[in-house]
Design a binder for this molecule. Structure first.
Ligand code: GLY
Length: 395
């Protein structure tokens, strides 16, 4: 299997289109990344070097909200700093990221959440990519072991939420955590990691999608039989609606599955989700979706910048795996998203917004939390998208 991964990486490198296939970039990615780096240095000073991780900013109280390392988003701050260090070469960003890794380390043994993939993959994963160290690799493998402790072979999935004993809730977001398992497989050669990632993705492929390629946010399985007990609205408007960030996790997650396995069915599904969102009659012209494609009150419903950036970064990978005409379309759609997101409507002015780069994300409307605020994962996938965009333009 290791050979398959190497072959796929080579294939991906060959099918990246030359810069000439894309129009000259319309987004000044260098400028956007330089601004983002300045914001994160400002945020670093606001944090005052303790063990708290940025979460969001309360503009009414003018207060940075923070969390401990246990919050599912703790890895995004160091992860963003690593991307910004790579983009700008500013060592202060790198040093701050490494400082935060120390506080994240205990999460490698956290078996209480599926989000250990986000927490450790986005932080230690990027650290390892930039400057591999044996201790980083060990932490990533331990984290992957924690993640697979939640796998149930009868259901064929890793459990997302801890509920009562007869419940086994799996949410689409969990697709994103599978990348950690491929990393662990690469480090150890232990095919258990690979097999579980594929099984989870296959079960989700079978059960989470509707015929129009839209997605349910959550499913509750019977852990004894593997049967679906019911569908859940989760963070979406209803169980029948298309929650914008859920669609984005699906697009990104199945594109990533294709990267690691080369299995065409994953690529087809990623394309299916991309076509669903891009052709949706309620996708706005500026390409930042409403928080749910079926949200009440459209066109006055809130937009979700976090869904847009995950879509954008996903499309900038997906465009590398599809025929040229389709690739150009996905690239241009992603570019349109970046144009909107890098405008003053979404990008905060220097020294405001608690140091967050983007404004106007939606965490969880049904529970009334993090509504129309900056969020760490919006910043993370925005910076990742800018880096991906830049590498396509520069090639
Ligand atoms: N993974 C949780 C969310 O997308 O809000």
């Amino acid at each position: 299997m290791r050979k398959t991964i190497v072959r796929l990486a080579a294939l991906a490198a060959c099918i990246v289109f030359s810069g000439s296939s894309y129009a000259k970039g319309k987004v000044n990615a260098d400028r956007a990344l330089a601004h983002a780096a300045r914001q994160y240095l400002y945020m670093k000073n606001e944090l005052k070097a303790d063990n708290r991780f940025p979460k969001t900013y309360d503009k009414h109280m003018q207060q940075l909200k923070t969390s401990t390392s246990e919050w599912w988003c703790s890895g995004f701050y160091p992860g963003t700093l690593f991307y910004l260090y790579e983009a700008t070469g500013n060592r202060e960003l790198y040093d701050e990221a490494v400082r935060m890794l120390k506080w994240l380390e205990p999460e490698q043994y956290n078996v209480d959440t599926h989000d250990v993939g986000f927490m450790m993959g986005c932080s230690f994963g990027n650290a390892c990519r930039i400057a591999p160290r044996p201790e980083y690799k060990e932490i990533l493998v331990n984290s992957a072991r924690s993640l697979i402790s939640r796998f149930n072979p009868v259901v064929g999935c890793i459990k997302s939420h801890n509920r009562k004993p007869g419940d086994f809730v799996v949410i689409i977001d969990n697709m994103m955590n599978l990348e950690l398992l491929f990393r662990a497989f690469r480090e150890t050669g232990d095919s258990t990691f690979y097999t579980i990632a594929v099984k989870h993705a296959d079960t989700t492929l079978k059960n989470h999608f509707r015929t129009d390629n839209s997605l349910y946010h959550g499913l509750n399985y019977d852990p004894e039989t593997g049967k679906i007990k019911h569908y859940q609205a989760g963070q979406g408007f209803s169980e029948k609606s298309a929650w914008a960030r859920g669609q984005a996790w699906g697009l990104y997650g199945y594109t990533m599955m294709y990267r690691f396995t080369g299995d065409r069915k994953y690529l087809d599904r990623a394309v299916g989700v991309a076509e669903f969102i891009l052709n949706h009659p309620r996708m706005p012209k500026d390409r930042v979706p409403y928080w749910d494609y079926d949200a009440p009150g459209i066109p006055d419903a809130l937009r979700d910048a976090s869904a847009a950036v995950i879509d954008c970064s996903g499309l900038l990978e997906l465009c590398r795996y599809v025929p040229e005409k389709q690739a150009v379309k996905y690239f241009q759609e992603a570019e349109r998203m970046l144009q909107t997101l890098s405008s003053p409507t979404y990008t905060a002015e220097a020294g405001t917004n608690g140091g967050f780069i983007l404004k106007h994300s939606v965490g969880n409307i049904p529970s009334g939390t993090e509504v129309d605020v900056p969020l760490t994962y919006a910043d993370y996938y925005y910076v990742e998208a800018l880096c991906r965009y830049k590498s396509l333009i520069d090639n």
